[in-house]
Write a protein that binds this ligand. Sequence first.
Ligand code: MN
Length: 429
Amino acid sequence: MTATVHPSQSLALEPPAANTLLPNDCELPDWLKTCVLSYHDQIQGGEVPLADDKSNSEMVCRAFEFAYALHQQQYRASGEAYICHPVAVAGLLRDLGGDSAMIASGFLHDIVEDTDTPPEQLEELFGTEVRQLVEGVTKLSKLNFESKTERQAENFRRMFLAMAQDIRVIVVKLADRLHNMRTLEHLSDEKRRRIARETMEIFAPLANRLGIGRFKWELEDLSFKYLEPEAYRQMQEYVTEKRVDREARLMQVAETLRERMHEANIQVVDVSSRPKHLYSIYRKMEKQQKDFYEIYDVAAIRLIVGTNEECYRALAIVHDAFRPIPGRFKDYIGLPKPNRYQSLHTVVIGTKGKPIEVQIRTLEMHHIAEYGIAAHWKYKETGASTNTRMTADDDKFTWLRQLLEWQNDLKDAQEFLEHVKGNLFDEDV
Ligand code: MN
């Protein structure tokens, strides 16, 4: 057991006075307010116990207060207090189900870079794990992927090594990049384009490799917006134009499917329709050299059922209710994608003779599609192993091991880069 260090004993900084417990220059999310208030109540011998779950722990709260004190008087390009950024990053990590070390690192990730805090102090206050995560993210921020071949290959190598030691480093980095992309409008045009390009070429594919669908889509759409503003606006317009019509058609198909599943005694967890992301529609148009009006799967119906077996039974029903288009069925349950994505995909002729894509999966598959490796943290049975470190030895990261092996085998930087780009960043992953 390690002794709990009261922050005021080891912190060079005074703990905030009671009336500044909650900063007024940045709106804190509720979970963080609760954390701060119960933490201070506890310090003062109060009654409210810290829940001691992942995001409401003493360490998470201390990390926030430490970052808050150090980032004071620092501002973002938007004019906002700097602390709003680490708070947002910690929140994204919390949403992914990150552990206390990850959430704390979210608060602290810019501390070493932007303040004079030595990593040793982080270790003393928050332990080795947090120190290593923050140091890892700091190192990643210094890598430049636009440099010449030799240098670029070396930077990729460093990034993969950092990931191999602890995959959580890249997840914290992805959360950092996502929030930076969300607030990119405040930077100069040149900076915007540089960051957007790097995001599109490196971080969105990495998010995809790790299976974190929700990060990947948003990173891509935001990059698209800044790299191809005209095309982006056009896509937005296209998708909005026929929305009412499209939604009515999808609703009808969804309703029919719901009834049929019910008759067949298949447990339907959810039926929903969602428009595809703008960048994926754009890519499809480019790839197939088609007009927007010829791309039919701008929206898909997602059917979530109870079990694997029900997925296949549901598919039979979908194909019985609506005529399938030949060659468009894909079984990613039997043959999962390398990032562990699983679903059945099919395209059928829906109402009014228009094709509709249908995706069928279980709730567990859905979680993996959204959260990827992070689903392991988020939906892990409580009481299971608390080791969330995840290294390249894990079965899920064969690709990462392979990339590291390549860099040993391929001495030529050009060859290594080609392998990296061909494999890591293959869109068909
Ligand atoms: Mn940052």
